[in-house]
Design a binder for this molecule. Sequence first.
Ligand SMILES: [Zn+2]
Ligand SMILES: [Zn+2]
Ligand SMILES: [Zn+2]
Length: 186
Amino acid sequence: MARHVTTTIQQALEEIQAAGLRYTGEGLPPMVPVTLTFPTECVECGRPRRSNLNRIRSGLNCPHLFVKADVAEQLAAKAGWKPRKPYPGARSIPWALACINCSLPIVLTLTQVLARKKTCRCPAFVEEMRAGGYEPQTPYPGSDRKPWPSICTTCKTPRTPYLMTVRSGRLCAHKNPPSHKAKGTP
Ligand SMILES: [Zn+2]
Ligand SMILES: [Zn+2]
Ligand SMILES: [Zn+2]
């Protein structure tokens, strides 16, 4: 028996279900050839579709799931991501994206993008800077070893600390405090 050209009925049914389809046929063989065409319907919209495991694996499922590249990019942008590579053409295929805010790379399927469960780590990094006494003035620079323009919340001086040094507990030296003269004093 050749490998990879058949799969167990159990696994086939799991793959069909994971693709958002329901098997509507009369019974699959115990070992399902990946090219065997069988009837399915879309769980979400009920549209019948003849498919096979090869097509299901490549993300070619119900047409109602198909999204044009420009629409996919708009949906991604709403969720805070920009493409690093063109939309792969199906919701279930991993797509190379980056955070719109800080450009940190991430790989998500469009389904994951729409679920909005994955978020960039950069808001947590901003919180780390604030806990260390700095208010960042620009998005996360993409590395904890790159200078991050910030203002010391104590002495209000612009600084360029690294997140790495803030993490290590090194604080602003407060060498250039602003004048504390109140307005109107001689
Ligand atoms: Zn559908
Ligand atoms: Zn980010
Ligand atoms: Zn300071």
